[in-house]
Design a binder for this molecule. Structure first.
Ligand code: MG
Length: 155
């Protein structure tokens, strides 16, 4: 059994769509980033890569590479899951937390889980937490995400 941890944060930017957990969430601003800036999926990818000892998202999909400009983070997740299977592992569980004051995460959790399942990640828990007004997430400057992935040898 292997475990990995992932963390990511992105700054709010008006005029962008807000993508979280593979779905678009109606909000006054999206997140800045080279890809679609799906902060939750990025943290999940880093947790999975950490568990198999394959570095991090930036090493696999560099933000200096024009190929990943506007990239779908869900497509990157699909590729990482394929990579993991190639290493003889499967994801047995992911737990994750999104940290932000707005939008409220709770009402979107089931839709995110459905979207992630279509990318091949079926065993996941998603939580939303506010930061009680403290720090950059508390001031509404952006969204942070943490994920822990547990992987086992593929059957
Ligand atoms: Mg990121």
């Amino acid at each position: 059994m292997r475990t990995g941890i992932g963390y990511d944060s992105h700054r709010f930017l008006r005029g962008r769509k807000l993508m979280l957990g593979g779905i678009e969430i109606p909000h006054e601003a999206g997140l800045a980033g080279h890809s679609d800036a799906d902060v939750l999926v990025h943290a999940i990818i880093d947790a999975i890569l950490g568990a198999v000892g394959l570095g991090d998202i930036g090493a696999h999909f560099p933000d200096t590479d024009p190929a990943y400009k506007g990239a779908s983070s869900m497509e990157l997740l699909r590729r990482v899951l394929h990579l993991v299977r190639g290493e003889g592992f499967e994801v047995t569980w992911v737990d994750s937390t999104l940290i932000c004051e707005t939008p409220r995460i709770g009402p979107h959790i089931e839709a995110m889980k459905e979207a992630l399942a279509t990318a091949g990640l079926k065993h996941i828990n998603i939580k939303g937490k506010s930061n009680e007004g403290m720090g950059f997430t508390g001031r509404g400057e952006g969204i942070a995400a943490i994920a822990v992935a547990t992987l086992g040898k593929a059957q």
